[in-house]
Design a protein around this ligand. Structure first.
Ligand code: ADP
Ligand code: GLC
Length: 506
């Protein structure tokens, strides 16, 4: 039986990307299609989405009941617009994926970051912008496209959190189930919380604003809506699935998540080895494989040159490719830089975000231009070049739902140095003596989020690097790990099947 599933997300690689969500939205649907599912994606019509899809055609013009700027609300700063949106269907040229796009230029036709304005402040009408995404998903379950109706709506993160709520409201009106819902938490730290009065403009049934509903400590939470109204919940690693059920890491939603523990699974993200493969990667100075590592040395030299670092082949080169936020723990790494530099190591950082962290890293780079270099910005080819040219990729996150950078690092033979948390704990094996003896080590893992623990992992990296053959063995082991989408896509498919076959369901 072919299952029709609609993925609902706010970004998708290669159209638009601010983080790992885009990588997942771009890779999971094709992996599901490969396994026989009929999968389409729904995205807001941001400029990069409209520009990147081909063969766009109108499927439906729909009046929508969402108020916002038209009602002259304080939270909306944009010009009034008509209360209708167009649903279009197009194709992703890279792989032929079918993508629905919501055309509503007043809401989505804004350059740059999809969530933040030029001052890096969230747009004042984000509630309405992403409510429309959820509303449109529910419309697709009600035959907005007469040619294709999903059986499963798979919503990702808070942006799509209202999809299951709108669907539940429609089911109440219809008096029957219309589709099954899966909600995936990529990051519990972003909850899509808005003032309570926002609720009045979203055309949800009044009783949904309840502790058993979308209400969250007196406010409206899109994430909670997703968690409350979806049939099944997933998150992106088994360890994170456990962590978010604890008071310390549950972001205020741990009780709800514990209550739904039997509906919640952790399914590890995969790597799209079509995009992240050092044997074929066009962004690299040279290509390489686990048995022919010469190209990796050329990538390191090219990276040192690109960033003006000392051209020393034996300097242990640490790389960071990251959003610069509290989550990523780079403040801890900043504190460890004197140790790295005094041991003759080097660091390259590509990232953007927190100005104080950027400034702190830039200060060290100015003081030690031979050893430390920082580039601000978001640059996909440079990210590949750093992952390839580094010896170690550092991901010292305070918390990490899955993390993709460490998986890319493994594939490129750059040993990840990570905090034992979330998906990092599930994917990297520390180079302890016993793990080395058992041929298991693939990186460096520290337990506590403290300078001493990070320092210990950094010293283990230097110690192993001095033992050339053991380093090379660990690199080759890292490169042979299989974190492809196969097993994880199969688990999502099994989840869809269990829902569609449920006699109590639609
Ligand atoms: P998160 O989604 O929390 O940012 P992940 O590790 O899951 O973390 O995914 C991050 C993705 O974004 C990876 O594909 C990484 O290469 C990419 N990335 C992060 N920062 C940058 C940047 N400054 N330039 C290019 N790519 C970046
Ligand atoms: C989030 C998480 C990251 C995860 C990504 C994709 O951005 O921070 O850990 O890998 O989503 O699921």
């Amino acid at each position: 039986m072919t299952i029709r599933a609609l993925h609902v997300a706010s970004e998708l690689y290669p159209l638009l990307k601010t983080g790992g969500l885009a990588d997942v939205a771009g890779a999971l649907p094709p992996a599901l299609i490969e396994r026989g599912a009929d999968v389409r994606v729904l995205l807001p019509g941001f400029p990069a989405v409209a520009a990147g899809l081909v063969d766009l055609r109108t499927v439906a013009r729909l009046d929508h009941p969402l108020l916002g700027s038209r009602a002259g609300l304080q939270y909306s700063v944009h010009a009034p617009h008509a209360a209708h949106a167009t649903l279009e269907l197009g194709t992703l040229p890279a792989n032929g994926l079918s993508v629905y796009m919501i055309r509503d230029d007043a809401l989505y036709d804004r350059p740059g970051n999809p969530y933040l304005d030029a001052q890096h402040v969230p747009y004042g009408d984000n509630a309405e912008r992403f409510a429309l995404l959820g509303w449109m998903a529910a419309q697709l379950a009600q035959h907005a496209d007469p040619a294709w109706t999903p059986q499963i709506i798979h919503a990702h993160d808070w942006h799509a959190g209202l999809a299951p709520a709108y669907l539940r409201a429609a089911e109440r009106r219809h008096g029957r189930r219309l589709a099954h819902t899966v909600f995936t938490v990529h990051n519990l730290a972003y909850q899509g919380v808005f003032p309570a009065q926002t609720f009045d403009h979203l055309a949800l049934p009044a009783d949904f604003f309840d502790m058993h509903g979308v209400e969250f400590y007196g406010q409206l939470s899109f994430l909670k809506a997703g968690l409350y109204y979806s049939d099944r919940l997933t998150t992106v690693s088994p360890t994170y699935a456990r962590e978010i059920q604890t008071l310390a890491q549950g972001g205020g939603l741990d009780a709800l998540l514990r209550g739904r523990t039997h509906d919640l699974t952790g399914i590890l993200n995969g790597v799209d080895y079509g995009v992240w493969n050092p044997a074929t990667d066009e962004a690299l100075a040279a290509r390489y494989t686990s048995s022919r590592l010469a190209g990796k040395r050329a990538c390191k030299t090219a990276l040192q040159e690109r960033f003006g670092l000392a051209q020393k082949s034996d300097a242990l080169l640490f790389g960071v490719v990251s959003r610069l936020t509290e989550q990523k723990g780079l403040d801890l790494l900043l504190g460890a830089l004197p140790e790295i530099i005094s041991r003759g190591g080097q660091l390259v950082v590509l990232g953007t975000g927190d100005p104080a962290l950027e400034a702190g890293l830039l200060r060290v780079a100015h003081a030690h231009p031979d050893a430390v270099a920082v580039e601000r910005g978001f640059d996909e080819p440079l990210a590949h070049a750093i992952v390839a040219g580094s010896d170690v990729i550092a991901v010292p996150s305070r918390f990490e739902p899955c993390g993709l950078t460490q998986l890319y690092a493994l594939a490129y033979g750059s040993l990840p140095l990570v905090h034992r948390v979330g998906g990092l704990a599930d994917t990297v094996v520390d180079a302890s003596l016993e793990n080395l003896a058992d041929d298991l080590a693939t990186g460096f893992v520290f337990e506590r989020f403290e300078p001493e623990a990070l320092g210990g992992a950094i010293r283990r990296a230097f110690a192993l690097h001095a033992r050339h053959s053991e380093w090379k063995a660990a690199q080759q082991r890292a490169m042979r790990q299989d974190f492809g989408w196969g097993a994880s896509a199969q688990r999502y498919l099994d989840l869809y099947r269990s829902l569609v076959q449920d006699p109590a369901g639609a």
